[in-house]
Design a protein around this ligand. Structure first.
Ligand code: SF4
Ligand code: SF4
Length: 436
């Protein structure tokens, strides 16, 4: 059936994909063309791939695996994996030697404050061996080692992910405050700004009316094919977010990990969502660039909005958003400030061999650029003029990684083109207060 020129259906788009005639662009490719002055019409595009990579605290894993032979112990009461506490259950484990566990993404290691569940999930996906410690109800202490391959059930669940963009944070007070919106204390007197949100790439920004995203929509979560299961917690029509699930065995470690905030560990999660362009009205949102997407600046102490800027202020279109490292100009300081502050431990300094930078681990948050003594780490985070503030407020930390998000959107685009990812029509609408 030929697509009409004002409306398309999912099956019509799938037919075009099968015939290899589909036009798929990432949201960034579309917005770049819009910025260059190109007019994009409904017939120019069939599918837009969108993505977001950010701290998403509402993430947890459900693991189920054998830890001992049956009858070795009666019941496990407390469990830690790599020292990260796990919740035992919900199923009981009496005498079977198999544990069902839930691990919250924001859990912290009992021995290493810089290691959390996000790091543990990444280590598992990397194939690393992890230590399991079990305390039983009859006071036995058992240990074993395992790997993701030996864990038959390992699903990552999202209870609150992929928000429709987010907020920027400043501290108008006099003293520094500890917050999850910084990797250490946030300075007062508007000395800095942090923010979260991938702007024009964001899935729900491109389909805010949820015309195509619903229960059962297939997505990529950390590179693995998973599904939307409904609205995330605290969703509203104005600030929706998604719940979902995907198999950890299929995940790509590049899209995930832990992130140390000033208030404990948080977790990085990356979503990519394909949005079929079903009608002209959807283009209104898809063609919006960073410069047209509002970003509320809130007081970090009470989250009250005090200014409004746009994502165009924080995602500089001339920049590729990748943090640069120039080893040649590193001063080899006695105490490398970057190693101390990097929230994902991508930087390691060795007195003999100097500073080592793990690009695959880097989240491009940019905080290193403001503390590196020799300017060997550089990022173009910009600074913002806020009315009534005498100085420009420098952006010091991003809690979203646009480089990873763009990569996820490109991966999804290529998978659809190659027939490796079949888009699914939702089986149910997502409802929440304000949008039943
Ligand atoms: S702070 Fe910068 S210049 Fe100093 S050792 Fe670390 S990376 Fe090198
Ligand atoms: S941008 Fe710098 S501080 Fe941030 S994750 Fe990368 S290396 Fe670490």
């Amino acid at each position: 059936m030929a697509a009409s020129n004002i409306h398309r259906t999912f099956p019509e788009i799938q037919e075009k994909i099968d015939r290899k005639e589909v036009v798929i662009l990432t949201a960034q490719e579309i917005c770049d063309r819009v910025r260059e002055g190109e007019t994009i019409e409904f017939h120019d595009i069939d599918v837009v791939t969108t993505a977001t990579s950010a701290l998403m605290s509402g993430t947890y894993a459900v693991l189920s695996f054998k830890v001992a032979e049956p009858d070795t112990f009666i019941k496990a009461e407390k469990v830690w994996i790599n020292n990260v506490p796990a919740q035992v259950g919900p199923c009981p484990n009496e005498r079977i030697g198999i544990l069902d566990l839930i691990i919250m993404g924001t859990q912290q290691s009992k021995t290493d404050p810089g290691y959390g569940a996000g790091d543990l999930f990444r280590d598992l996906v990397l194939g690393k061996q992890v230590l399991v410690e079990i305390q039983t109800d009859d006071k036995q202490n058992l240990t074993c080692f395992t790997t993701l391959k030996q864990i038959p059930h390992a699903m990552l669940h999202a209870s609150r992910n992929a928000f429709k963009n987010y907020l920027a944070f400043v501290n108008p007070g006099k003293s520094a405050v500890s917050t999850i919106f910084h990797s250490e204390m946030m300075k007062g007197n508007y000395e800095e700004m942090t923010f979260c949100g991938c702007g024009e790439l964001n899935p729900l920004e491109n389909d805010p009316e949820l015309k195509t995203i619903g229960i059962g929509t297939k997505v990529l979560i950390n590179g693995a094919q998973g599904f939307v299961t409904g609205a995330g917690t605290r969703s509203s029509a104005e600030k929706p977010n998604l719940a979902g699930v995907a198999d950890m065995h299929q995940m790509d470690p590049e899209f995930m990990g832990g992130f140390s905030t000033g208030h404990g560990p948080d977790i990085i999660t990356t979503w990519a969502v394909a949005i079929p362009v079903l009608d002209r009205e959807m283009l209104i949102h898809i063609l919006k660039t960073d410069e047209q997407i509002p970003l509320k600046v809130v007081d970090v102490r009470n989250r009250k909005p005090i200014y409004e800027i746009t994502y165009g202020h924080v995602w500089n279109k001339e920049d590729n958003h990748e943090v640069e490292f120039n080893r040649k100009i590193c001063l080899k300081c006695d105490a490398c400030r970057v190693e101390g502050i990097c929230p994902v431990r991508a930087v390691h300094s060795d007195p003999e061999t100097g500073v080592h930078f793990d690009r695959a681990r880097c989240f491009n948050c940019g905080i290193c650029a403001s503390v590196c003594k020799g300017k060997s780490f550089a990022a173009h985070l910009g600074s913002i003029k806020l009315e009534g503030v005498n100085h420009k407020v420098p952006v010091t930390l991003r809690q979203s990684d646009r480089v990873a998000a763009l990569k996820a959107a490109e991966v999804l685009k290529h998978q659809i083109q190659k027939g490796q990812f079949k888009m699914t029509q939702p089986v149910g609408k997502i409802g929440f207060p304000g949008r039943p």
